[in-house]
Each structure stands twice: as C-alpha cells, then as structure tokens.
Design a binder for this molecule. Structure first.
Ligand SMILES: [Fe+2]
Ligand SMILES: [Fe+2]
Length: 144
C-alpha cells in the first residue's frame, strides 16, 4: 500500500477514536450537568451525540474502504463535574478536532481523494459550529 495512504488511514483512526470520544464526552456531559444550567445544556449535549456518532460512522466506513481496519477504541475522555469545566473541556476537544481535520483535508487533497476532502470539510463545518455554540454558552456572566 502507498505510504501516504497508510499514513492517512492511521490518522483517520486517530480521528475516529476522537469521534467516539466526543460522543462519550457529550453523553457524559448530558448526564452530569447540574443546577440551573441543566435544562438548557442537557438537550444541547444530547444533540451533539448524534452528530459525533455520524462522523464516527463515516470515518469507520472510509477507513475500511481505503483498506484499513477501523479502531473500536475511544480517545481518553475527561470527567469534569463543574458546568464551566464541562463546557471548557468540550470546547478544547472541538478546537483540537478542527486542527486535526484541517490537516486531514490537506492529506486527502494531496492524494486526490476528493470525496473524502469534501466530507472532511463538512465535518470541519459541523465542529466549527459546535465550537462557536459552546463559546456563546460560555459567554454567560454566571460562568465567568
Ligand atoms: Fe465530530
Ligand atoms: Fe463536535
């Protein structure tokens, strides 16, 4: 197998582990968020789970199509308990994912994998939307 494709598959498996991690992190966050914020944040976190699992499913299928073996492991997920920490950890995870997808888009482009590139751009748009929503939630003065 082409060395660049091999490297791409390895990196997509890192992305996949982080998508599983994101689904776990949002499930965890929906479960533990407490206080007055709970009624607003629980549905917000729950909605994210579907997005992240959709990303995971796409990556898993793509890794197999490219000749790789999709991981079944999740990236490590932090377990904060304070609302502000829960949101900050989610924000950091989204920022890290955006950086990974920016790199992955370049790799896919270099290899001429147009469909993968376009799909990664869609996922990057989803993650950017998640990041911006969390930033706006963190603007609440009670969380300063
Ligand atoms: Fe995602
Ligand atoms: Fe996300």
């Amino acid at each position: 197998m082409d060395k660049k494709v091999e490297a791409l598959i390895e990196d997509l498996n890192v992305d996949l582990a982080h998508e599983y991690g994101a689904a776990i992190q949002y499930s965890y966050s929906a479960s533990v968020v407490t206080g007055l914020f709970r009624s607003a944040l629980k549905p917000f976190f729950e909605e994210e789970i579907t997005d992240e699992l959709g990303h995971a499913l796409y990556l898993s299928e793509k890794i197999k199509s490219l000749g790789g073996l999709p991981t079944t492991e999740s990236a490590e997920v932090p377990q904060p308990t304070e609302v502000k920490d829960i949101l900050n950890e989610a924000l950091q995870a989204e920022k890290d994912t955006i950086i990974r997808y920016e790199k992955r888009i370049k790799q896919a482009d270099e290899l001429g994998f147009t469909e993968l590139k376009v799909k990664l751009e869609d996922m990057l748009a989803d993650e950017t939307h998640h990041k911006e929503e969390i930033e706006r939630l963190l603007e609440d003065h009670r969380l300063q």
